[in-house]
Design a protein around this ligand. Structure first.
Ligand code: PGA
Length: 252
């Protein structure tokens, strides 16, 4: 079974245009020799066009941090799949915990975003993850199952490359706390089992599941050494060219 590792940088609401261009160019250079793995970056919407130009001849995949389901119309503040595709975007983060918890996005709304992305051949990176409170009250698996099933309602996957999942425990995001590698592995295996119940087995076994939450150069190798950890969704450490370079050059 071969799942090409995917290291994804989520820049969140950071970088002005000059910073975005610098970081994108540095990431493109750093990724140039990495033929056995995929590298993705998700700049803020305001920088996507410029970053797209810079990535033109590179191996780096361009992603959006969110996506609407509709093609156009009265959706103030949203960006449509065709608008993103026109700029060269091919993936989109969906259901990030900041969207869920700061902006109140529901599983049903997130499901519409996943559906819209896939209908336009954009690959959603569907994020799921439990809060500290849910973890401490031993509801982690129940929460993840609910988010996964609700996020993927009426989704058919014929090509395992058409969907990426990210397990991002909310308590680990931006906190410097990371799930222990064995713990991440246990959860990823649990997610893969759920996928096998929802889709065909050989499809489920090929869908990539990323880990996210305080991934840094010091912990990437141990995380990537886990069988079901197929990559990482990196926030803070993706904003510094040297640390992201080290992360994409993981050994694991
Ligand atoms: P972090 O963010 O790496 O800064 O913890 C990860 C994410 O939110 O995707």
């Amino acid at each position: 079974m071969t799942r090409t590792p995917l290291i994804a940088g989520n820049w969140k609401m950071n970088t002005n245009l000059a910073e975005a261009e610098q970081l994108a160019a540095a990431t493109a250079r750093a990724a140039a020799d990495l033929l056995d793995r995929d590298v993705m970056i998700a700049p803020p919407f305001t920088a996507i066009a410029q970053v797209a130009d810079l990535l033109h001849d590179s191996r780096v995949i361009l992603a959006a941090q969110n996506i609407c389901w509709a093609e156009k119309g009265a959706f103030t503040g949203e960006i449509s799949p065709p608008m993103l595709k026109e700029l060269g975007v091919s993936m989109a983060i969906v259901g990030h915990s900041e969207r869920r918890h700061i902006f109140g996005e529901s599983d049903a709304l997130i499901n519409r975003r996943v559906t819209g992305a896939m209908e336009h051949q954009l690959v959603p990176v569907l994020c799921i993850g439990e809060t500290l409170d849910e973890r401490e009250s031993e509801r982690t698996k129940a929460v993840l199952e609910k988010q996964l099933r609700a996020g993927l309602v009426e989704i058919t996957v014929n090509d395992p490359a058409a969907l990426v999942l990210a397990y991002e425990p909310v308590w680990a995001i931006g906190t410097g706390k990371t799930a222990a590698p064995a713990e991440a592995q246990e959860i990823h295996a649990f997610i893969r089992k759920l996928l096998a119940a929802m889709f065909e087995k050989d499809i489920a076994s090929q869908i990539r599941i990323l880990y996210g939450g305080s991934v840094v150069p010091d912990n990437i190798d141990a995380l990537m050494g886990q069988e079901d950890v197929d990559g990482a969704l990196v926030g803070g450490a993706a904003l510094k060219a040297e640390s992201f370079e080290r992360i994409i050059h993981f050994n694991g």
